[in-house]
Ligand binder design. Structure first.
Ligand SMILES: [Zn+2]
Ligand SMILES: [Zn+2]
Length: 120
């Protein structure tokens, strides 16, 4: 979720909460290791619970939805030369999601749709 989306949820609980407060608490949660920020080029940073485990993301270029992928590439760590220590990697797939890919013509990007991410 983006900070804006989290703010939307927080407002239902605490109607007076400000966006700055949301940013501040996200920062301290990230410092604590409870949430991780996901940076997708050209997108606002998204925040996820850190306990979800390793996963990647798919960005739909048409609706702007971000989807979680559970799979990882086999042998991604072996891509680095010998003696290099791989500590992390980020893989982002771009394309059209299931809903968008059935539409034939690539539509101009309209309003951002809120990705509905499922949690396990
Ligand atoms: Zn889409
Ligand atoms: Zn991976």
């Amino acid at each position: 979720m983006t900070a804006i989306e989290i703010h939307g949820f927080a407002l239902k609980e605490v109607p007076s909460i400000g966006l700055a407060t949301v940013y501040r608490s996200l920062k301290s949660l990230a410092a604590d290791g409870q949430v991780v920020s996901v940076e997708i080029p050209g997108e606002p940073p998204r925040y996820e619970r850190a306990d979800k485990g390793h996963h990647h993301h798919f960005l739909c270029r048409q609706c702007g939805g971000v989807f979680e992928l559970e799979k990882c590439l086999e042998g991604v760590k072996t891509m680095a030369p010998p003696k290099f220590r791989v500590e992390d990697h980020e893989i982002i797939l771009y394309g059209a999601c299931d809903k968008c890919s059935v539409k034939t013509k690539p539509a101009a990007r309209k309003r951002r749709a809120v990705a509905h991410a499922h949690s396990h």
